[in-house]
Design a protein around this ligand. Sequence first.
Ligand code: MN
Length: 205
Amino acid sequence: MFKLIDLPYASLAPVISDETLSFHYGKHLQAYVDNLNKLIAGTEFEGKSLEDIVKNSTGAIFNNAGQILNHELYFTQFKTPDQVGGNGASLPAPTGNLLKQIEKQWGTLDAFMAEFEQKGTTLFGSGWVWLQTNADGELSIGQYAGADNPVAHVMPGQTGHLKPILTFDVWEHAYYLDYQNRRAAHLKELWKIVDWEVIEKRFTK
Ligand code: MN
């Protein structure tokens, strides 16, 4: 049985309002958990990990498992603006090997962030934008529709699935109460609450 994860914060306001968090976590994610538990009962997927289910399923089981995995990665990568130092003029930023790799591939952190926002803004319809890495530690930005996740993908010419590092949810339920149709403005605000320590752990793991 899958359970709703605990959140590592009580609020992410004002970047994400308490109302949005309450619906997004308490209603949408809870529904994916409840649906998946019903769907996999008595099937080969019962007792399997979310990643295994996402890699090997299709249809409703894939959609609900994917959305749980996506939201678990999403909700656990944030902290309050105060905790990550994202309230003032400067945004929280990665350090160490992740920053080095971003600068190697994009030149600057700002250039990476601009492309990430652009890929999130231009993703048509509901889905997720991802920072993902391959087995060689090379980064790329992925746009995936619906419930899809990098773990379900292998890059051409490579073995091994992509690993998800950072994600912004561009389903309208993630921002419509707070930002209405201004998806780009919402994505820009999210940098204020990114917990780069979590992202760096995912990258080096
Ligand atoms: Mn969502």
